[in-house]
Design a protein around this ligand. Structure first.
Ligand code: MLT
Length: 241
């Protein structure tokens, strides 16, 4: 039976064999929410990079430059990491280079997987529908915060595990833990994450609207997928079944 597991932080990724596995990168507040929004609103490609220098270089070469550190937009770049800013129709058909505190590192550390896709509450059902039909193992890879585990990514991973019902065998105790956590929180996600460190950080930055949006289910049907160094919209030809 195909297996599912959850890696709660990119610092733990070396414990997992990614070969033959589809990895779902999760950074609810806000990288995978923002990137899903961007792809849904017609951005052509998104190039995730680890450093500000790489992002600046790409910006000098025709990319829109998006940079966030500790929840804030980095000066000198075109954008930060608010999903609401990625709805801008001026971004349609553009190429965006993005670097964030945790999300872009998590994407890089997922290299070696059979396929890397991006999950958020915004494309929850699309993710479930795709994973259900996969013939291979799945790893839900949470971005966390600077190597530490966070609440919101773990909750989303639990929601995915619950949504997949018994289609996958759990490869450790973490899927069961995350599923139980989500069950206890699902009736009011926002209040469930009020104790999350990043929730507090974003609230202090006046970004409650971002939080509200990132907790919405099924705003979009798109699935962002890594193809080479770029993220684009998963097409029929990219599907592994
Ligand atoms: C992250 O990379 O952890 C998040 O995207 C940070 C943020 O956008 O606030």
């Amino acid at each position: 039976m195909k297996k599912i597991d959850i890696c709660l932080s990119p610092d733990l990724i070396d414990q997992y064999d990614l070969s033959g596995t589809v990895v779902v990168v999760i950074d609810i507040l806000r990288a995978t929410s923002s990137i899903t929004t961007a792809i849904a609103h017609g951005v052509n490609i998104i190039r995730p990079v680890e450093t500000l220098g790489e992002c600046r270089e790409l910006k000098l070469n025709g990319f829109v430059g998006a940079a966030e550190r500790n929840g804030k937009k980095v000066g000198g770049f075109d954008m930060g990491n608010s999903p609401l800013s990625y709805m801008n129709p001026d971004l349609e058909d553009t190429n965006i280079a993005i670097t964030t505190t945790n999300g872009t590192i998590t994407l890089k550390k997922s290299k070696g997987a059979l396929q890397v896709i991006l999950g958020s509450f915004l494309n929850y059902s699309a993710i479930l529908t795709y994973l259900e039909r996969l013939p291979c193992d799945v790893l839900l890879h949470c971005a966390g915060w600077k190597g530490k585990i966070n609440l919101e990514d773990t909750l989303f991973a639990g929601a995915v595990v619950l949504g997949l019902k018994q289609m996958f065998e759990y490869d450790s105790d973490v899927p069961a833990m995350a599923a139980k956590l989500y069950k206890s929180a699902k009736d009011n996600l926002k209040s469930a994450i009020e104790d999350s460190s990043h929730y507090s950080r974003l609230m202090e930055l006046g970004l409650e609207e971002d939080i509200n949006f990132c907790l919405k289910f099924d705003e979009y049907k798109v699935i962002p997928v890594m193809k080479g160094d770029n993220i684009s919209k998963l097409k029929l030809a990219d599907m592994l079944f």
